[in-house]
Design a protein around this ligand. Structure first.
Ligand code: HEM
Ligand code: HEM
Length: 216
């Protein structure tokens, strides 16, 4: 078992870091899409039944009671939407105040923790990449494949920091940054698609699993 990359191909540390990132990202994207946001809170019709009779057919007391019911229902709905909208922000604050570990972790709490874990693995990957050489290229990869792979790998590594950074900016900054967070992970999908296209097309996936003696 070789720890470092070398003439033999990728070492165990690079492989473990690579596949841990993939596992963390798959989990994080699933949690991201499952989390409830304000748009997911079902609409509630707050008009009390019978209110349509109001205006003429009902007494002032009845009218007032309908209004009170409607106000209470609208306030509860507003609260539900606000809570869903700020779930990640609340989990983020709980994390720093130490409350997150006490109770059961919500999906929003997982989203924050996984995001931070992805940044931590990203740091390890960049440090490891600087301290161990990349193995020689696989002979099945053309000159263009190598250039594309090399550039896209850098983009993928950068996005391991950019995507969580846009998430953090959105919880500590403003909700207006939601499109930026979404755009960042769409860029990630685009880069990943190119990465996968090249490695699958040239059938070099095995190099990141069991390794192959020939080339990087
Ligand atoms: C690599 C890390 C991350 C990935 C891949 C990721 C991905 C996602 C995805 C897929 C969604 C759902 C978007 C949609 O509904 O279309 C989402 C939503 C969200 N993420 Fe992240 N995220 C990451 C890190 C973070 C971090 C670190 C934070 C903040 C601490 C964060 C805050 C949020 C918030 C607040 C939403 C809800 C946005 C809304 O209101 O629609 N994310 N994220
Ligand atoms: C199922 C998805 C994935 C597959 C099948 C896959 C496969 C591979 C393979 C086969 C290589 C070696 C290419 C070669 O040198 O011949 C590689 C390298 C690499 N992959 Fe992926 N990959 C996947 C997802 C990802 C993701 C999500 C990232 C995001 C950071 C990533 C980042 C990298 C990087 C940076 C390298 C260069 C080696 C290193 O520095 O660790 N890959 N990948």
């Amino acid at each position: 078992m070789r720890w470092r990359n070398g003439e033999h191909g990728y070492g165990i540390v690079t492989k473990v870091l690579h596949w841990s990132t993939v596992a963390l990202l798959v989990t994080q994207l699933t949690v991201g899409y499952m989390m409830e946001t304000d748009g997911d809170v079902p609409d509630v019709d707050c008009d009390p039944p019978g209110e349509d009779r109001s205006g003429g057919d009902t007494s002032d007391a009845e009218e007032e009671q309908y209004d009170r019911l409607e106000d209470r229902c609208e306030a509860a709905q507003y609260l539900r939407e606000e809570r869903a909208d700020d779930a990640v922000g609340a989990a983020w604050s709980d994390l720093w105040s130490g409350d997150l570990a006490d109770g059961e972790l919500s999906l929003a709490g997982w989203h924050v923790l996984l995001g931070l874990a992805i940044v931590a693995v990203g740091v390890l990957r960049v440090v490891w990449r600087r301290t161990t050489p990349l193995p020689p290229w696989d002979v099945r990869l053309t000159a263009t494949d190598r250039t594309v792979l090399h550039r896209v790998e850098r983009v993928l590594l950068a996005l391991l920091f950019v995507v969580p950074a846009t998430g953090i900016a959105l919880v500590v900054g403003s909700d207006d940054l939601v499109p930026l967070h979404i755009a960042a992970h769409l860029c990630f999908y685009a880069a990943l698609a190119v990465h996968l296209f090249v490695v699958l097309r040239r059938r070099v996936v095995g190099r990141m699993l069991w390794g192959r003696p020939a080339g990087r």
